[in-house]
Design a protein. Structure first.
Ligand code: 13P
Length: 251
């Protein structure tokens, strides 16, 4: 059966020292607590090794926020999936809307990144989500379907290793959360899209996270929905106590 997951995405925040301190705080707060979900912290490339050294892997798993679509070679400034893996990371966020919007990442690149992540034994947290205009003009279900379908070259076995994060772009960092009903409707739609391609078993086993202004005060209502299997958390993951508050929504 699918896992419940709360994952933090630090984005481009914290210096190395600040990041290590935050990871330490999260680790310490979780110790001895009754945790009913998998906890993942996705951090900038520069922080991976140092953060890994302070996280206890049975409490908090480590992830990166991106990786290259190329395997290796003359790509100055890029970081490959095998480099990410070699730091001890288990997860990698791919296709975040900020990567799609600001860095022009397209479906083809995202498929290449996903394949390389999987080939290097990293579990992708693959982000999808519509912009405000698409929400307002009613095309959001088709838009998100297209984003999920970008992965449909994968075998059922490989697709089964992927976590999907539905992050409506209009809800990211805006304080404007999707309602629990909007999230549930979209998550059920995504699960159906997966089922139509890969069958019921793969669809039922895929964790689908919600992201976008998720915080301790709204996490419980969102996570109570049957197809919402947790959250991908931006701003509220930058403080250990609010991150913990979201994790505790599963208690
Ligand atoms: P916020 O929680 O800050 O809205 O960010 C969500 C997000 O983009 C996580 O990947």
């Amino acid at each position: 059966m699918r896992k419940n997951i709360v994952a933090g995405n630090w984005k481009m925040n914290t210096t190395l020292d600040e990041g290590v301190e935050l990871a330490n705080e999260i680790n310490t707060l979780l110790k001895g607590k009754n945790v009913n979900c998998e906890v993942i912290t996705c951090v900038p490339f520069t922080h991976l090794t140092s953060v890994n050294a302070v996280l206890e892997n049975d409490l908090v798993k480590l992830g990166a926020e991106n990786c290259s679509e190329h395997e290796k070679g003359a790509y100055t400034g890029e970081v490959s999936a095998s480099m990410v893996k070699s730091t001890g990371a288990e997860y990698v966020i791919l296709g975040h809307s900020e990567r799609r919007q600001y860095f022009g990442e397209n479906n083809e690149q995202l498929l290449a990144k996903t394949k390389l992540a999987l080939a290097n034994d990293l579990k992708p947290i693959f982000c999808v989500g519509e912009v405000l205009e698409e929400r307002e003009n009613g095309s959001y279900n088709d838009v998100v379907k297209g984003q999920v379908e970008a992965l449909f070259e994968l075998s059922p076995e490989d697709f089964g290793k992927i976590v999907i994060a539905y992050e409506p772009v209009w809800a990211i960092g805006t304080g404007k959360t999707a309602t629990a009903e909007q999230a549930q409707d979209m998550h059920a739609h995504i699960r159906k899209v997966i089922e139509d391609k890969y069958g019921k078993e793969v669809a039922e086993n895929t964790s689908i996270l919600y992201g976008g202004s998720c915080k301790p005060s709204n996490a419980k209502e969102l996570f109570a929905k049957p197809d919402v299997d947790g959250g991908l958390i931006g701003g509220a993951a930058l403080q250990a106590d609010s991150f913990l508050g979201i994790i505790e929504a599963f208690n």
